[in-house]
Design a protein around this ligand. Structure first.
Ligand code: ADP
Length: 660
């Protein structure tokens, strides 16, 4: 019984173990029928033992799709002893009593007892573990996806700086896909000058003295030898078991750098240009801080800081500081605010307390999208210009006043002239009237003295004869004067009708000279005249002969015996003229200008008591003027004179050639 007892004990112990086991224990016979189903199996699969025992394993827990395989495997084993699934950990799906599919880990052993083949399976529900594993894998994938698609390069180093991992952006940006040697690590890729900085940064990150918000810029030489700039921050995650390293985030800022360099260059160029101009310029950025100022600006406001030092200063505060420079400080500040909020260009003048006047132009800087990007102020000292403008205004005012007074005096002069002209006319009228009135009594004086002279009334004694001759001579002279005065008055008042026509000037000269030949001969003067026909003039022949007669009479009168006179018709520079030249006493140069005025007689003629009235040349002048011609004299006292009259070749307004 001992044996039997021992067996009973072993069995009881074994059964107790099975009952207490955490794993599901299922024993089946060679037909696959369940003979043992422990409490853990009840928990895992949901069937109580009394329900499970006696049913086939395939019915109970094997998913339908696997049932055929399960049966085939068992049959194969029973026939050949070959068991592919025995004594190893299997992971497989199973179906529970309530129809759920779970994943179990299963180990199957076989044994023989009582000549029968039995199988025992140890099953563990690993569904939750599996799910957790899958979730972990998914999370890992998500992490990879995020990291690998990030444009930042993410690198993980261990505590010694040994390379562990770099995200795809690293290979994409640097081109080190194949050539990268993980042994050399990423420090080998750095620009030699930056290796020290990189090492120091790593140490600081490890020591916790450099945080993730303190980037350093490191240069990397890429696979093509090009230098790239990376802004890098390091995070110490050595203590994080999931990471266990130092994570570096590196951002490619090469282009940003190039853009910044370009911007710096542009800013320098701008500053250079601004530095050389007279205009005071201040450029504010969007946040109303000084972006650029030039020397002219600081000079205008006597700034204690230089234009460069001004960069970054708060503009609103600055306006407050300088407002007292302005005559109207509050208006100045308000004006600036108005410009800044108005978003429109404004040009105005501001006056400083020291008297200077500045012209200020405001221009808003708008982005392409039309957003306000900054402000530009330009100040120009226009004090001098203003002063000049004021001065000009004063001068203009003075000129206006002067012009007005000139106009006033001109008006007065005009009035005076008018009354003078009126007087002149009255005088002419008086002269004409008086002359006219004188003519009749003079004619009777002449007639009666002729009667007396003829002794028709009775014989005169010598003394009486002499008186009568004197009376006649003076009366004749008076008549000539009166006639000349009347003629002059008529010529000047245009009340005499001239009969114009083409006149052969040489013929006129000849004819007049012929008339005076006897007189000249009598006085012992030679009188020469040109032969043939000369140029034509458009004239009243009778009046023209009168003019030439006067000139020849004068020439004879003022030329002493033995002298020479010539009368010539000439064409000089397309002018047609008659010249009367003598070798007489001439006319003093100073008096020649007045020669053609009424009653004028030269001093030498008066001194030589050569008789005359001073009316002949005035008459000549008046006639020539009526012909639209000219009369002039060329004379040297004591040597002789040449009088020349120029007569137009054709009627006034006639554009045809010479002569008519
Ligand atoms: P009159 O001969 O009657 O004095 P005119 O008017 O003809 O008046 O001349 C004015 C003056 O011009 C003359 O008095 C004379 O002084 C001067 N005069 C004119 N013709 C000549 C001349 N050929 N030579 C010198 N003096 C002349």
């Amino acid at each position: 019984m001992i044996d039997s007892e021992t067996t009973d004990f072993d069995l009881a112990r074994s059964q107790a173990r099975i009952r207490a086991a955490l794993d599901g224990v299922i024993t089946i016979d060679a037909d696959g029928v369940v003979v043992e189903w422990n409490p853990a199996a009840e928990r895992i699969f949901g069937y109580p033992a009394q329900e499970a025992v006696g049913r086939t394993m395939a019915d109970l827990i094997v998913p339908p799709a696997m049932q055929a395989g399960h049966r085939a495997g068992m049959a194969r084993y029973l026939a050949s002893g070959e068991g592919r699934v025995l004594d190893q950990r299997l992971e497989m799906p199973a179906i529970t009593a309530d129809g759920r599919e779970i994943t179990i880990e299963l180990t199957i052993t076989s044994f023989t007892a009582g000549g029968e083949q039995w199988f025992t399976g140890w099953a563990r529900d690993i569904t939750d573990i599996k799910r957790t594993e899958q979730e972990l894998a998914a999370s890992e994938q998500r992490f990879q996806a995020v990291v690998e698609h990030s444009s930042d390069v993410i690198t993980i180093l261990d505590g010694n700086g040994t390379w562990l991992y770099t995200s795809q952006a690293g290979t994409r940006l640097t081109g080190y896909e194949k050539g990268f040697d993980p042994e050399g690590g990423i420090f080998a890729l750095l620009h030699p000058d930056d290796a020290g900085l990189a090492l120091q940064t790593l140490q600081e990150v490890l020591a916790g003295t450099r945080g993730p918000d303190e980037p350093v810029e490191l240069r990397i030489i890429d696979a093509h030898g090009k230098t790239l700039r990376f802004e890098t921050v390091g995070v110490n995650m050595l203590d994080n078991p999931a990471v266990g390293g130092v994570v570096l985030h590196a951002r490619d800022v090469t282009e940003r750098h190039a853009a910044e360099a370009e911007l710096r260059l542009r800013t320098q160029q701008l500053a250079g240009v601004l530095g050389s101009i007279q205009l005071g310029v201040l450029v504010e950025d969007r946040g109303r801080r000084v972006a650029v100022a030039n020397d002219a600006f600081t000079k205008l406001f006597s700034s204690p800081v230089t234009a460069e030092e001004m960069v970054g200063a708060d503009c609103a505060a600055m306006a407050e500081q300088v407002k007292d420079f302005f005559l109207e400080p509050e208006r100045f500040v308000a004006g600036i605010d108005r410009c800044v909020t108005g978003r429109a260009a404004v040009s105005e003048e501001v006056t400083l307390t020291d008297g200077r006047v500045l012209e200020r132009d405001y221009v808003p800087v708008l982005s392409e999208a039309g957003e306000l990007d900054g402000h530009i102020w330009m100040y120009r000292d226009v004090t001098d210009r203003k002063r000049a403008e004021d001065e000009r205004e004063h001068l203009l005012e003075a000129e206006r006043l002067a012009r007005r007074s000139i106009e006033a005096s001109q008006a007065v002069l005009e009035v005076q002239n008018r009354s003078l002209r009126e007087l002149d006319r009255l005088k002419d009228e008086v002269v004409a009237t008086v002359s006219h009135e004188l003519r009749t009594p003079l004619t009777s004086i002449v007639s009666f003295s002729e009667l007396l002279d003829d002794e028709q009334i009775g014989p005169l004694n010598d003394e009486q004869q002499e008186f009568v001759t004197t009376i006649r001579r003076n009366a004749d002279r008076l008549i000539r004067v009166v006639n000349d005065l009347l003629l002059l008055a008529r010529l000047e008042s245009h009340t005499i009708a001239l009969e114009y026509g083409p006149v052969d000037l040489a013929d006129v000269a000849r004819s007049v000279a012929g008339d005076y030949q006897p007189t000249a001969d009598e006085k012992g003067i030679s009188l020469a005249v040109a032969d043939g026909s000369g140029p034509a003039g458009w004239a009243d022949r009778e009046r023209l002969e009168q003019v030439v007669s006067n000139l020849v009479t004068n020439a004879i009168k003022f030329t002493p015996p033995g002298g020479q006179i010539s009368v010539q018709a000439k064409e000089i520079d397309s002018s047609h003229c008659i010249e009367v030249t003598d070798t007489g006493i001439g006319i003093p140069a100073a008096e020649q200008e007045e020669l053609f005025q009424r009653f004028f007689r030269a001093s030498n003629a008066r001194e030589a008591t050569i008789p005359g009235t001073g009316l002949g040349l005035a008459v000549c002048h008046a006639i020539v003027r009526l012909h639209a011609g000219q009369i002039d004299v060329h004379s040297v006292e004591g040597e002789g004179s040449t009088f020349r009259i120029i007569i137009p070749a054709r009627p006034p307004g006639d554009g045809s050639g010479h002569g008519a």
